[in-house]
Design a protein around this ligand. Structure first.
Ligand SMILES: [Zn+2]
Ligand SMILES: [Zn+2]
Length: 346
């Protein structure tokens, strides 16, 4: 077999790439090119980063630096199977050094390269943060409860749901998906939201957990670039009944365990479980609370019925025996007196 020479370096070679030997081919290539100084614009308040004319929500600062370096790299267009390792190191508040290592193949020849860059951060308040500080909002979510005051527990849960929804909205790129202000009131809480969309998403997420309903009313607040500008008030109502309420549901009396889209609890007359779609119930009204239960003496257990002594009148009252009752005659049991009669509570 005739030996061939590389026309560039004159060395012997069997394999040629673009008519030169492997060493010459590799030596010619610039796998990566990186400017010595790379600039990145980051919001000092929330960490959002400005890229390609747009703000993007916060990520880890060193992630931001890595991406910024990656975006400024120029690669040989023939590069295949590229593995990039970028290691940033913070120099001071606004500067990072980044070491870049690259491994790849060009026309099947493995090739390696390294480079160093400095990243300079220019700190600039982002669109979202400047709106928040300017008091911008597009909607108010008014969280209240139907025919009662919401409990502290409910309000805390609502706030945390709303916070989660806002985080998710921002992760999905809704730059106005922020809660500008949370105002605690005697009758509930008002959330000032950066976008109309977020207001609706918060209402839906809360109703998913608690049940209840919401309505929206737009209000014209001005004009911008010739278009009407609206703010929307979302009136959200948590359901009327909570755990421990004793309610009259059609012809039954139920101790509520949960009330949302469904009402579930214990039928106090039979002791059986109760579960119905809230909207299917015709007549619902609150009779009492579990905490209003009082002690009474179980006078007699007759199998299907029991006799209970009314603690106010000392009269024996006969009622159905609920499944859950385990007390014996002579024992004290807990009862509630309601407009529909006396009921044993489990
Ligand atoms: Zn050569
Ligand atoms: Zn910001």
């Amino acid at each position: 077999m005739a030996t061939l020479f590389c026309p560039k370096c004159g060395n012997d070679s069997d394999v040629f790439y673009d008519n030169v030997c492997k060493q010459c081919f590799v030596g010619d290539k610039k796998l990566i090119e990186c400017p010595a100084v790379v600039y990145s614009k980051i919001c000092p308040t929330c960490g959002s980063v400005f890229k390609k004319g747009k703000w993007f929500s916060k990520q880890d600062e060193s992630e931001t630096i890595i991406e910024c370096v990656k975006d400024s790299l120029k690669l040989d267009y023939q590069v295949k199977n590229l593995i990039l390792t970028i290691s940033p190191k913070q120099l001071d508040y606004s500067r990072y050094s980044a070491h870049i290592e690259a491994k790849a193949e060009i026309k099947g020849v493995p090739i390696e390269a390294a480079a160093d860059a400095e990243v300079r951060i220019s700190w600039e308040t982002c669109d979202t943060c400047s709106r928040i500080s300017g008091g911008y909002f597009e909607g108010i979510v008014q969280i209240r409860a139907d025919k009662r005051l919401p409990t502290q527990e409910e309000l805390e849960k609502c706030n945390s749901i709303a916070g989660d929804v806002a985080v998710r909205a921002q992760e999905k790129g809704d730059r106005l998906g922020f809660i500008a202000k949370t105002e605690g009131l005697y009758e509930g809480v008002d959330l000032y939201v950066g976008s109309i969309k977020l207001g609706k998403q918060i209402c839906r997420a809360i109703i998913d957990v608690f049940g209840g309903k919401f309505s929206e009313s737009p209000k014209l607040v001005g004009q911008k670039n010739g278009e009407d500008l609206y703010r929307i008030t979302y009136a959200l109502r948590l359901p009327e009944f909570v755990r421990g309420d004793i309610i009259s549901v059609d012809d039954k009396v139920v101790e509520v365990q949960s009330c949302g889209k469904h009402v579930s609890g214990i039928d106090l007359e039979t002791g059986k479980r109760f579960m119905e779609n809230f909207n299917d119930l015709m007549e619902v009204r609150k009779l009492s609370r579990r905490e209003d239960a009082v002690s009474a003496v179980l006078v007699a257990d007759e199998g299907r019925t029991i006799q209970v002594m009314d603690p106010d009148t000392y009269e024996s009252v006969t009622i159905k025996r609920p499944e859950f009752l385990s007390a014996e005659a002579g024992n004290e049991i807990k009862i509630v007196k309601t407009a529909k009669g006396i009921y044993v509570v489990p």
